[in-house]
Write a protein that binds this ligand. Structure first.
Ligand SMILES: [Fe+2]
Length: 179
């Protein structure tokens, strides 16, 4: 289940807002220019299907998104339990950072949390299958997928250099473990 939890940046223990309602999640995130949508296919696609098949299934959504946002390309990444690179990937994304382009992700299966630090608040957006999230360029954020990651995700991007994380040096992610 998708879940948004909002905190004051100085009070990790105090929840300002918590909701599972997609429209409320989208509305709260829109205030900080983060796009959130639920994409529902008439027929489910196998998350282990070839990348081309997954991309084709979501093509109408992707075309609309790319038309709105100008992003040009999509690919598929999978991370399964037991992946030996999981710890290194986790370390790369768990510290607060920014990017030079929007970070656009769609969860075909599995789950993960984007924590966005904007306007004096921390927005913990726990995403599950069917969730699209777009974190705008320059927005401070980090990504948490727990100790045993399991997801298939679409990445929508213009240039792979946009994936480079620029660390802020703030240790705030230590104080806000993802739900
Ligand atoms: Fe990021």
């Amino acid at each position: 289940m998708s879940l948004l939890t909002v905190y004051s940046e100085n009070e990790p223990g105090t929840i300002i807002l918590q909701t599972e309602q997609p429209e409320q999640i989208a509305g709260a995130l829109r205030e900080i220019n983060v796009r959130f949508e639920r994409w529902v296919l008439p027929v489910p696609v196998d998350p282990d299907a070839p990348a081309e098949q997954i991309l084709e299934a979501y093509r109408p959504y992707l075309d609309r998104l790319m038309g709105d946002g100008g992003a040009g390309t999509a690919d598929v990444i999978k991370l399964a339990p037991g992946n030996p690179n999981a710890a290194a990937m986790r370390a790369k994304f768990i510290q607060e950072h920014t990017h030079t382009e929007d970070e656009v992700r769609f969860f075909v299966s599995g789950e993960g949390s984007f924590l966005i630090h904007e306007c004096g608040r921390v927005y913990d957006a726990h995403c599950t299958a069917g969730d699209l999230i777009s974190v705008p360029a320059s927005a401070k954020h980090w990504f948490s997928f727990g100790d045993e990651p399991s997801f298939t995700v679409l990445r929508v991007f213009t240039d792979t250099t946009g994936w480079t994380p620029y660390y802020t040096g703030d240790d705030i992610s230590d104080r806000f473990p993802a739900i």
